[in-house]
Design a protein around this ligand. Structure first.
Ligand code: 1CP
Length: 341
C-alpha cells in the first residue's frame, strides 16, 4: 500500500521533506489513558502485547490522538530473551523480571537462536493488523533491543541502575559473553527481518544501556553486534539509538544505517561534527522539558529545532516520554515541530 505520509522514510534516507517528521519514543504505552483502558481490560502488558488485535489498537492510538508521523509497534525489547527460552514477567510499577537468568556456558545450552517469524508470530500478526488498519496513513516502525542491552537484562534478571552483574561478566567471562551476544544478535536479525516481512517500514535498535559501558567495553561488546545487525538488514532504513554512548559518536557515523538517535546530553552541533553529514539525526529534546507549561514547551521545542536547522533530522525526545507527562504537552511538542518554518 502506498503511504500517504512518508516524511519519516524520506527524512531517514536524506531526501527532501516539506517539514520535519516527528514521533516520540515510548509514545504508545505510557502516557495515554486510552492505552491504560485497553491494558486494564486484560491481565497486563504481556497479554496485551500477545493479543494482536489489542496490540494493533494501542499502536495506532498515538496516530489518532497525538498526530505523530509514525506508529511504533507495541511489543517490548524483552520478547527476544523469551523467544530464546528465557521468559519474563512484567511486575506492575516495577518493570520486567526474569525468573531465570543466564550466568554460565552451561546455561547457554538451554537457550536457542530465535527464528522470529514462528517464535514471535503474535508480533507478526500485530504488525499485519496494524498495517491494514493504518491504511497507509503513516509508516510503521519495528524495533528490537541492541544485543548488549538484551544481554544486560538476561544476566541481571531485571532492570538495574548499574547492571553490575552484566558488566562483571564482560570482565570475568568474556568468551561466554561473546557467545551469548552472538546468539542474541542472530535472534535479533531473524526477528527484525520477520518484522519487515510482515510490514515494518523502518526499524530502530534501542541500546538503552549503552551509556553504562566504557568506550573500550562498548567497542568490544556492543558496537560490533549492532554493526552486524545493521549489515544484515538491507530491506528498510535503520535507526540506531545508543543512549549515553556519547563517546562512540564518531564510530556511529560509520554504521551501515540511515539514522542515529541522540539523547539530550549529546550536543547537536558537536554530534553532527562527529557523526558526519551522511546520517539523519533523530532527537533530542530532554523528556523533562514536557513538564513545562505550553509556552515553555513551545520555546524548548523551537530551540531544539533551531539547532537542527538545515540538517537531516527526525524530531523526537532524547529518550522515551515519561509516564507522568500530560498528553496535552506532548501535543504542543508535536504541533510546534509541525508548524516550525
Ligand atoms: O504496565 C505496562 O503497561 C507495561 C509498560 C511497558 C510498555 C507499554 C513496558 C514495560 N514496555 C512497553 C512497551 C515498549 N517497550 C515499547 C512499545 C512502544 C511504546 O511504548 O510506545 C517499546 C519501544 C519498548 C522498548 C523498551 N522496553 C526499552 C527500550 C527503550 C527505552 O525506553 O529505553 C526498554 C529498556 C524496555 C524494557 C522495559 N519494558 C517495560 C519497562 C518498565 C522497561 C524498563 C525497565 C527498566 O527500567 O530496566
Amino acid at each position: 500500500m502506498q503511504l500517504q505520509n512518508d516524511l519519516l522514510l524520506r527524512a531517514a534516507k536524506g531526501e527532501a521533506v516539506e517539514r520535519t517528521p516527528v514521533w516520540l519514543m515510548r509514545q504508545a504505552g505510557r502516557i495515554l489513558p486510552e492505552y491504560r483502558a485497553v491494558r486494564d481490560s486484560v491481565s497486563g502488558f504481556i497479554e496485551l502485547a500477545q493479543t494482536p488485535e489489542l496490540a494493533a489498537e494501542v499502536t495506532i492510538q498515538p496516530v489518532d490522538l497525538l498526530g505523530v508521523d509514525a506508529a511504533i509497534i507495541v511489543s517490548d525489547i524483552l520478547v527476544i530473551p523469551e523467544a530464546m527460552g528465557l521468559p519474563y514477567e512484567m511486575v506492575e510499577k516495577r518493570g520486567p523480571f526474569f525468573p531465570n537468568t543466564v550466568r554460565s556456558e552451561s546455561d547457554l545450552k538451554k537457550l536457542r537462536v530465535a527464528d522470529g517469524a514462528n517464535d514471535l508470530s503474535y508480533v507478526m500478526k500485530a504488525i499485519e493488523i496494524t498495517k491494514k488498519n493504518l491504511a497507509g496513513r503513516v509508516p510503521l516502525i519495528g524495533f528490537a533491543g541492541a544485543p548488549w542491552t538484551i544481554f544486560a537484562y538476561m544476566i541481571e534478571g531485571s532492570g538495574s541502575k548499574t547492571f553490575s552483574k552484566a558488566r562483571e561478566m564482560l570482565y570475568t567471562q568474556p568468551k561466554f559473553s561473546h557467545q551469548l551476544l552472538q546468539m542474541i544478535t542472530d535472534s535479533t536479525i531473524n526477528y527484525l527481518k520477520a518484522q519487515i516481512n510482515s510490514g515494518a517500514d523502518l526499524v530502530q535498535i534501542f541500546d538503552s544501556w549503552a551509556g553504562i559501558l566504557g568506550p573500550k567495553q562498548y567497542a568490544e561488546f556492543s558496537y560490533p553486534y549492532i554493526s552486524q545487525v545493521c549489515d544484515a538488514i538491507i530491506e528498510v532504513p535503520k535507526t540506531v539509538f545508543a543512549k549515553g554512548a556519547f563517546f562512540a559518536r564518531e564510530e556511529m557515523g560509520l554504521l551501515n544505517c540511515e539514522t542515529i538517535g541522540l539523547d539530550w546530553n549529546m550536543g547537536i552541533a558537536e554530534s553532527r561534527r562527529l557523526i558526519g553529514t551522511t546520517k539523519t539525526l533523530q532527537g533530542n529534546l530532554d523528556p523533562a522539558a514536557l513538564y513545562g507549561n505550553p509556552d515553555q514547551v513551545r520555546q524548548a521545542t523551537i530551540e531544539m529545532m533551531n539547532q537542527f536547522k538545515g540538517m537531516r533530522h527526525i524530531a523526537n525526545l532524547g529518550h522515551g516520554v515519561y509516564p507522568d507527562i500530560d498528553p496535552a504537552m506532548v501535543k504542543v511538542f508535536i504541533e510546534t515541530v509541525k508548524n516550525y518554518q
